[in-house]
Every structure is written in C-alpha cells, then in structure tokens.
Design a protein around this ligand. Structure first.
Ligand SMILES: [Zn+2]
Ligand SMILES: [Zn+2]
Length: 354
C-alpha cells in the first residue's frame, strides 16, 4: 500500500516527534495553546493538551496521566500561556484512557473545574470503581483470551498485563455528560462534540466549524493508527463503530487536525482514506489466513499476521493488544458474512463458504 504522508501543521513539532524530544508549548491560534504533557513508559511519550482561553480562565482538552511530572508540566505549560492550574474552568476529555483522563481528578481538586465525558465512557469509569468490579473485569478478559485460544502458559503472562487496569481506578466521576452534537457552551468558542466510538466506546472529537479545527483525540493521528480492539468493555464490533466514526469525521470541512499525540497536521480526508485502506488491507489479510485453514483460533491468526516486528519479539502486553485487535477484525468480517465462527474453547474461525 502506497504510503500517504500528511503535511505537518508545524514542522518544528514534527521534528520533535521524530527526534524523540518533547515539543514546545505553543500558541496555535489566538486564544489556543498546545501543551505537551509527558506520559510514563509509553512510546507515545506525551499527550498534547489543548488550552482554550475563556474570559475568566481556560478550558482544556484532555489532561494527561496522573503523575507529579505530568501535573508539573501542565502547570508550567499553562504558565507560559499566562495561566495557572487554578484557572482551569473545564476539562473536556476525549476518552477515559489514563493518558487522557488520569490527571483530570487532581486538576478538578485544585481548580474546581468540571470534567466532561461521553456517557459511554463515563459508564466504564463507574465499572472500575470497586475492587469486585475490577476482579470481574480481569476474569472476563481472561475468559475472552481463552476463547481466542491463547496457550495456557501465555495466558498467565498476559494476565499480568491486566494490572494496567488498576492504574485507572483512581479516576474521578465526570460532572458533565456530553452527547454527540452537543455545543460545549464555552464563551468565545463554537465548540461542538462529535461522538466517535471505536478506539473507546465513548470517544469524543471536538470541532470548531468557525475556526475550521478538529481536536481529534486518539481517533485520527498523523502517523499511527489507534488500537481498535475487542475487550470486555468494548462492545461486540468496535471496528464497525470505528470505521463509521472515521466516515463521520471525513465529512468535516476543517483546515487543521489537532490530535492528542505526535503532531498537528493538515489533510484530514486524505489521512482518513489512508487509515480506511489500511484496515481494508488488514481485513483481506485476515480473511486469507482464515481461508487457508480449516478452523483456526484468533490467537493463531494473530501470530500469522505481519506486525511491525517479529511476533516472538513482541512483549506480552502488546501481544494481548495484537490478539484483541485481530479479534476486532474477525468480528467485523463475521458481521459482513465473510468468515464464520464456531463457538467453543477456543472459538474457531472458518471461511464463510466452508
Ligand atoms: Zn487512547
Ligand atoms: Zn492516547
């Protein structure tokens, strides 16, 4: 597939990404700031928090991971813009992943800001409140992996990856639920929410039609494609949701995309087309692997696909994501009648005609 390379909106920011440094705090437009906030042990390295100036303070889009380093970086970034954490009036969260939502509670404590989320992600926060719910979540993940045919030995290794979930428990309840199409009502901003499920069930993008800007969260990024995976909280066919959400943002008339990672870029529609083609290619590859075998488990499909590095060198946590992403593609193909599933332990996948 021919590689499509987006045009960065700011070459220096792209160079920082490529050079593995942290980009500068930047005034993107009058009244709009981009503040990189570091995230720990993650190749994405930082989340881009956007600060929108209001008559009496700022609203921010996303917050960062809940660490002192992140809190200090956000405070310093707001300082460059002439504000303090106590000036934050509202926190618009694109989705509940810890690099976006983790710090929201602490900012609210310091500033009294409201936290806004889509109801579908707000529900997941509630699910993760008490230990019993988390244990059941880990159990459901384990059951899902068994049905994918993950070998017993690997299962224990992957179960350790579930500890990631525990980091999210301290997340705060949102104050505002934001639905698709809602106007956020920020003075001086024509900001509208766009529900874009897929990467997370309640993922939100924010669009300013007047300024022709799209705050895309993790939904559309310059280089990487977000993980779209089946997991206990994902719903049965998250890839269908994701592809529909891509089609929805493709229609927007915007001049610049402001994502939560990497760097800002132009050419939204072309980037969306490229991501759509990437998934088409992946779906065809998976259909072919299933077609060449007489009943194959999801895990065995995953090990046979082309990944960015050899399967043996992929660490357990990422193997689980790889497996769950493969399952998302299989579920999509099943819904379209291109493969069929025979339920069991594991579920086996067959060509549609077989
Ligand atoms: Zn995410
Ligand atoms: Zn993210």
């Amino acid at each position: 597939m021919a590689k499509f390379v987006v045009t960065p909106a700011n070459e220096t920011q792209r160079e920082a990404w490529i050079g593995k440094t942290i980009p500068e705090v930047e005034r993107v437009r009058p009244g709009l700031w981009s503040i990189p906030v570091p995230i720990p042990i993650n190749p994405l390295r930082y989340v881009l928090v956007y600060a929108l100036e209001l008559p009496d303070g700022v609203a921010i889009i996303d917050a960062g991971w809940n660490t002192d380093e992140a809190y200090d970086a956000l405070a310093a970034g707001l300082g460059v813009a002439g504000y303090a954490i106590t000036d934050v009036k509202g926190i618009l969260v694109t989705h509940i992943h810890p690099d976006h939502y983790g710090l929201a509670g602490r900012i609210r404590e310091a500033s009294g800001a409201w936290i806004a989320l889509h109801p579908a992600d707000a529900r997941l926060v509630r699910d993760r409140y008490d230990d019993a719910a988390i244990d059941s979540l880990v159990e459901r993940e384990r059951a899902l992996l068994v049905r994918c045919g993950v070998p017993a030995m690997t299962l224990d290794e992957l179960a350790g990856a579930s500890m990631m979930i525990r980091h999210m428990v301290s997340m705060a309840k949102p104050d505002r639920l934001v639905e698709d199409g809602d106007d956020l009502g920020l003075p001086g901003w024509d900001l509208r929410a766009l529900w874009t499920p897929g990467h997370s069930p309640g993922h939100l993008c924010f669009v300013s039609p007047g300024r022709r800007l799209l705050f895309s969260g993790d939904h559309v990024l310059a280089k990487i494609t977000p993980i779209v995976a089946v997991h206990p909280q994902s719903g049965p066919n998250p890839l269908a949701d994701y592809l529909d959400s891509l089609a929805a943002v493709r229609k927007l008339d915007v001049e610049e995309v402001l994502p939560a990672h990497e760097y800002r870029f132009l050419e939204l529609a072309e980037r969306v087309d490229y991501v759509l083609a990437h998934h088409d290619e992946r779906l065809a590859e998976i259909e072919q692997v299933v077609g060449a075998r007489d009943g194959v488990a999801c895990w065995d499909v995953a090990t046979r696909l082309t990944w960015s590095r050899p399967w043996e060198t992929i660490p357990p946590y990422m193997r689980r994501s790889a497996n769950n992403e493969t399952l998302a593609h299989l579920a999509w193909l099943e819904a379209k009648g291109r493969v069929r599933r025979v339920a069991g332990e594991p579920d086996l996948w067959f060509p549609a005609a077989g």
